[in-house]
Design a protein around this ligand. Structure first.
Ligand code: PBG
Length: 341
């Protein structure tokens, strides 16, 4: 805990103390490593498409493809074989299914619900995480209900509760409110309990910042065009703030969140550390689309070693206190971990 760390005993000065002694050998570095990446810490986000046999690369996220529902079980099997415990599904909603109020969010036959059902029946042992927010379904691309230029908090809560129950009915194990409305965790928890889903977990995007690093994600799901020049600054957090993240997390815990998430990841390592130390909750980090794209783009130009930078970025998230990480690189990282043994 910051401030209460025991003070170090006096170190015998150089030349008796040489911190490089431990760094001399591969074996000694491995023995004293304080943090490690495991496949079991990773969650793979997937973009889901309508149709059959459909596979579309996302140009701003090299190595990432949008996939139709029939192609998901093969990816899920690969995750399980590599030890990745869970998937997070994001629908690419066709334009004609979007509306002002985002009603498609609680259609039991919507794309993400069909994907959840297909995966749960085929591979019940993989964890399924579903985003709770209206942006995939609204014509304006905002996460909540918009009236006269204002995102209505309390009206949105009713919609989110319906969406969460709809996801749980489809087999979603973890609902993850990512909308940043006030009071959403409590409302979602109550709705799940009343509908008989007391066992469905709630992963709160407790500290989700109004970040420019979500750009490639919005391209991938097609919400960028809907959003246009608008932003999400009246509900997502100001990147200038950290004390506010503590208040957000405290409220979500009081409303019975099972897990907290910080998003984005690398630019917000301080927030991960603060929340982990302060609350000791299971704390996730979302290594978001823009963070992934930066490394991939530089690697494509030969400016960075992409694999080494990706591993280092994810390890840094663990060092900061993250228990688990959502990352588009989950499969490649798990493969490297397996090769290294
Ligand atoms: C939607 C949502 C977003 C992301 C996850 N859920 C985008 C946004 O809030 O605009 C971003 C993920 C990423 O960039 O990888 N509420």
């Amino acid at each position: 805990m910051s401030g209460s760390a025991p003070s170090l005993p006096p170190l015998p000065p150089f030349p008796r103390t040489r911190l490089r002694r431990l760094r001399q050998y591969g074996w000694s570095r491995r023995l004293v490593a304080e943090h490690r990446l495991h496949a079991s810490d990773l969650v793979l986000p997937l973009f889901v498409l309508e149709g059959n046999g459909q596979r579309e690369p996302v140009p701003s996220m090299p190595g990432v493809e949008r996939l139709s529902v029939d192609l998901l079980p093969a990816v899920a099997e690969r995750c399980l074989a590599l030890g990745i415990p869970a998937l997070a599904l994001f629908p690419v909603t066709p334009r004609e299914r979007k509306s002002e109020g985002g009603e498609e969010a609680w259609n039991p036959d919507n794309l993400v619900c069909r994907a959840m059902r297909a995966l749960k029946t085929r591979l019940p042992e993989i964890g399924l995480i579903g985003d709770v927010a209206l942006d995939p379904y609204t014509t304006h691309g905002q996460d909540g209900i918009l009236r006269d230029g204002v995102i209505l908090n309390d009206e949105t809560l009713t919609a989110l509760a319906r969406q969460a129950v709809c996801l749980a009915e489809a087999g979603c194990d973890v609902v993850a409110p990512s909308d940043m409305m006030d009071g959403r965790i409590g409302v979602v928890r109550s709705a799940l309990d009343e509908a008989g889903f007391a066992g469905t977990l709630v992963l709160s995007y407790a500290a989700k910042y109004a970040s420019a690093f979500y750009g490639p994600f919005r391209d991938a799901v097609g919400s960028a065009a809907a959003l246009g020049a608008a932003d999400k600054k009246t509900y997502q957090m100001d990147p200038a703030n950290s004390a506010e993240a503590v208040r957000e997390a405290a409220l979500d815990i009081a409303e019975a969140a099972d897990m907290l998430m910080v998003k984005p990841g690398l630019p917000y390592l301080d927030i991960i550390r603060i929340l982990k130390d302060r609350f000791g909750m299971p704390t996730f980090a979302y290594h978001v689309s823009g963070e992934y794209a930066m490394i991939k783009a530089a690697a494509e130009r030969g400016w960075l070693d992409g694999a080494a930078c990706m591993d280092e970025a994810l390890l840094a998230l663990k060092r900061a206190g993250a228990d688990a990480i959502l990352t588009y690189a989950a499969l490649e990282v798990a493969e490297r971990l397996r090769e290294r043994g």
